[in-house]
Design a protein around this ligand. Sequence first.
Ligand SMILES: Nc1ncnc2c1ncn2[C@@H]1O[C@H](COP(=O)(O)OP(=O)(O)OP(=O)(O)O)[C@@H](O)[C@H]1O
Ligand SMILES: [Mg+2]
Length: 223
Amino acid sequence: MSNTIKIQNLTKSYNFGKNKIEVLKGINTELPLGKLITLMGPSGSGKSTLMHILSGIDRPESGSVFLRDEEVSAYSEAKITDYRRNKIGIIFQFFNLMPYLSSVENVSLPLYLAGKGKKEAHELAQESLSLVGLSERFTHKPYELSGGEQQRVAIARSIVNSPEIIFADEPTGNLDTENSNRIMELLVNLQKERGFTIIMVTHNAEIGEMGDVRLKMKDGRLV
Ligand SMILES: Nc1ncnc2c1ncn2[C@@H]1O[C@H](COP(=O)(O)OP(=O)(O)OP(=O)(O)O)[C@@H](O)[C@H]1O
Ligand SMILES: [Mg+2]
């Protein structure tokens, strides 16, 4: 069994009126699990599109994605939902926190989806929030938190069900340097402590250099 994510001849295009835009033009790579993988490349090169396919939010046009020799890209809808709920965590640039819910409730959401009861969910959520330094912010709603704190709630939510792989698409894109460094340090330390895989898109060269594996994308291809 190979302890990797293998991507084979992956393509994706979108129809735009009469035109077809080829966004991914044949991606081939094999990535080790348990490492920090960074993905850089110009705007529009296809990074987010690739992340969406790897995280099961979108389907490839052709080609395959294998997680430990299991073909994720061939999963049924039910299996892909299970994959998203139980195997992976996602951190997007714009947080996607529910505005009317407290930190604890926001972090509890993936656990409710996985069928956990309120008491257990809240305990795990509090543990996860404490891990990202927010033990004093359990009942705050997003608008009562700073940008960096909101991003930390999103990180707590992404790790709360102990996923194997975390997909982070420019997780520090709209934070200042100090907060951005803090978030990165937090993610890198969590990755080392827990040994999960992080695949992270970034425009920041310094962060890109931190990757155990450093991917670069250009015009729909890895270079
Ligand atoms: N749903 C869609 N329909 C049509 N075109 C799309 C769709 N999603 C993405 N595209 C196009 O695919 C290309 C790649 O988009 P993608 O979001 O993957 O780029 P990116 O590398 O993440 O860029 P950025 O660094 O700006 O986030 C863009 O030209 C975009 O317009
Ligand atoms: Mg993007």
